[in-house]
Design a protein around this ligand. Structure first.
Ligand code: AMP
Length: 415
């Protein structure tokens, strides 16, 4: 089967076309056929399209909306010029998988989208207004372009964390707020945490129930998850993706009383403060330079920039503390897994996070650690360390495509 995977955001649409089926999933021989991104800039969009193994095509197009963008993607995929293997017409695409950010308490796994499912996703809009609205536009565009017969699948960022127990997901706020408005921790990046947990069990050749690990997704957004007996039992992002680790531009944990204090001192509105803590904080806010970890590392090394160093230090310190907390929550773990742009590619950040954790049995082999900086997968802990440390590149699109295969083949076993 060929699956079109759509990740529709408020300012961009990413896509992949992946050839996979139940046999390929079993043998791990899925194949990416094409990928690309449409970035909206006002009425104009920058379009980058690549067939696997071929050079990327760059162009601009006057695209009005999501529907126009999905149409452009499809027209390119099926065109002769694109040279996308095995796809010649619309009918060579067999299902469309959608990333949906918020599934609330309703969605505990991926689902085939029906009219009822779509209205349930709409009900979650208030929990993630920008994200879910964009995701729904993608679903509607796909339904219009491919017709009613095409299976559309929703894969939720929150679903993997629906196994959290009340003690982990409830805030110590008046309980009525949960009852009335469903204010609680939901967690995000679930597809990524689920994917690396799955790869970990393949690499270790163990069953799902034996997976006891802490996964750290460190990219522009960052989150940690405690995975016990294969299930997520705690995670650092909360009701929204703001809580937890220090991120590219998000503050992560901070005292909520600061919000009123800033409002009074700086004369900012609630909306302005929301933007400040989500878009101007984190690595960018501390360094005053950039949210890009690569640049901060270079700046700290080449120019000894104090604030770049401070941003890296605070980022790593917070991540170490979460590892300690989750080791306590899980009564110990067998491994720590690093993923995401920073986790997969930065030996220095991994070293800084792990260097104070030897007491807990976490010890990185410096030479092995250096060998993982280009998206490869493997173990970086010392031979005799009590807790293994892995680097596993994430692949959310692959998991979305595989879920689409499982749901259209009525095989719920891997969901
Ligand atoms: P993501 O959101 O997963 O794409 O991750 C983006 C982040 O990964 C950015 O902060 C990048 O600077 C960071 N990143 C990518 N490559 C490297 C690298 N080689 N070293 C450090 N950080 C990196």
């Amino acid at each position: 089967m060929n699956i079109l995977v759509l990740n529709c955001g408020s300012s961009s649409i990413k896509f992949q076309v992946i050839a996979t089926d139940l046999e390929r999933i079993e043998k791990n021989t899925d194949e990416r056929l094409a990928h690309g991104i449409v970035e909206f800039h006002g009425g104009q969009a920058i379009v980058t399209l690549s067939a696997e193994g071929k050079a990327a095509h760059h162009s601009t197009a006057p695209l009005r909306d999501t529907r126009a963008a999905v149409k452009l993607i499809l027209n390119w995929v099926i065109s002769k010029e694109s040279e996308v293997k095995a796809i010649k017409s619309k009918s060579d695409i067999h299902a469309v998988g959608h990333r949906v950010v918020h599934g609330g308490e309703k969605f505990k796994a991926s689902v085939l989208i029906t009219g009822e499912v779509l209205s349930d996703i709409e009900e979650c809009i208030e929990l993630a207004p920008l994200h879910n609205s964009a995701n729904i536009q993608g679903i509607n565009a796909s339904r219009e372009i491919f017709g009613e017969e095409m299976p559309n699948i929703a894969v939720f960022d929150t679903a993997f964390h629906q196994t959290l127990s009340e003690k982990a997901f409830l805030y110590a706020l008046p309980y009525q707020l949960y009852r009335r408005h469903k204010i609680r921790r939901y967690g995000f990046h679930g597809t990524s945490h689920r994917y690396v947990a799955y790869r970990f069990r393949q690499l270790e050749k163990i069953e799902r129930e034996k997976v006891n690990i802490i996964t750290l997704h460190l990219g522009n957004g960052c989150s940690a998850a405690a995975i016990k007996n294969g299930d997520s039992i705690d995670t650092s992002m909360g009701m929204t993706p703001l809580e937890g680790l220090v991120m590219g531009t998000r503050a992560g944990d901070f005292d909520p009383a600061i919000i009123d204090f800033i409002a009074a001192k700086e004369g900012l509105s609630a909306l302005e403060i929301e933007s400040l803590v989500n878009k101007q904080s984190g690595l960018l806010g501390i360094s005053g330079l950039t949210n890009d970890m690569r640049e901060l590392l270079a700046e700290a090394k080449e120019n000894g920039d104090r604030r770049a160093r401070l941003a890296i230090e605070i980022f790593c310190y917070r991540a170490s503390k979460y590892i300690g907390a989750y080791l306590a929550a899980m009564n110990g773990a067998d491994a720590i897994v690093f993923t995401g742009g920073i986790g997969e590619n930065s030996p220095e950040v991994r070293r800084l996070i792990c260097e104070k954790l030897s007491w807990m049995g976490i010890e990185i082999d410096p030479l092995l650690n250096e060998t993982f900086s280009n998206g490869s997968e493997g173990i970086i802990s010392k031979d005799k360390a009590r807790v293994k440390v892995y680097v596993i590149p994430t692949n959310e699109e692959l998991l979305i495509a595989r879920d689409a295969v499982r749901l259209t083949s009525n095989d719920a076993s891997g969901l």
